[in-house]
Write a protein that binds this ligand. Structure first.
Ligand code: ADP
Ligand code: MG
Length: 249
């Protein structure tokens, strides 16, 4: 299967309808009582959360409250000092470095604030990279890259290098790259923080539409109320603890 059908154009959803089966489904990602310190300063102090397939969760809170640290732990980039994280029923703390890399490569997509596209690869090659790393056959890779670039509206820039692209174009390509391998979870750390409000809101709509279409769950770290609004739920962090849980439905 080329997977391209997953990215076919569908009418833009205007509502944050609950993902189907959320109530019954086991969480795709759950964290229990995470703690982490840097140089004996507690940065995460007992954080627990759950994320269902297709659900969008906003992580908000002031600068320094631990949002990026939490996201990095959830994505297996960083390890918590204590507590547990289950990703599709696998305890991340039970995996060695290679095991974590494998989970990240196969099942997690990441979008960064500053895009982090590889400057020596074209837009299309950047999107293709996670497919290559997953050993996907060339014909399928090509079809999926084409379909994704079309879906995020940058087909015309497929052969441009990152240095030739605008911020909005780079972020679209970063989204396409993050979704290329059809991850179960997409982690985004302030993905609109480096865009003006017009381009930021276009990117937010795109994230909402794509997660609805693909069933990819999203954890969105953001300072912006507008960004949190595309999410079903919001968790507010303060000093490494959850101080508020909001349901946006
Ligand atoms: P946020 O994303 O909410 O702004 P972070 O998770 O980046 O917060 O940081 C939380 C706290 O942890 C901050 O005080 C930050 O300085 C500290 N911190 C984050 N990463 C490191 C690190 N690698 N080494 C030391 N301190 C760190
Ligand atoms: Mg941060």
């Amino acid at each position: 299967m080329s997977g391209s059908s997953k990215f076919a154009m569908t009418p833009s959803p205007t509502q944050k309808s609950r993902p189907v089966g959320t109530a019954e489904a086991a969480p795709v990602l759950s964290a229990h009582n995470l703690t982490k310190s840097y140089a004996s300063r507690a940065v995460l102090r007992g954080v627990s959360l759950q994320l269902s397939a297709g659900e969008r969760l906003a992580l908000t809170g002031p600068s320094g409250s631990g949002k990026s640290t939490l996201l990095n732990c959830l994505g297996g980039v960083d390890r918590a000092d204590s507590g547990s994280i289950r990703f599709k029923n696998v305890a991340l703390e039970s995996l060695d470095a290679d095991g974590l890399t494998e989970v990240r490569r196969r099942d997690i997509g990441t979008i960064f604030q500053f895009f982090h596209l590889l400057p020596t690869l074209t837009a299309a090659e950047n999107v293709e990279l996670p497919l290559q790393l997953n050993g996907i056959a060339p014909a399928i890779r090509t079809a999926r890259v084409r379909s994704l670039l079309e879906r995020v509206g940058v087909s015309a820039r497929a052969h441009a290098f990152p240095g030739q692209l605008s911020g909005g174009e780079m972020q679209r390509i970063a989204i396409a790259r993050a979704l290329a391998h059809q991850p179960a979870v997409l982690l985004a750390d302030e993905p609109t923080g480096n865009l003006d409000s017009v381009h930021g809101s276009i990117i937010l709509s795109l994230l909402r539409e794509l997660s609805d279409e693909t069933g990819t769950a999203l954890v969105l770290v953001t300072h912006s109320g507008a960004a949190a609004q595309i999410c079903h739920r919001e968790i507010h962090l303060r000093d490494g603890q959850i101080c508020e849980r909001l349901d946006n439905d």
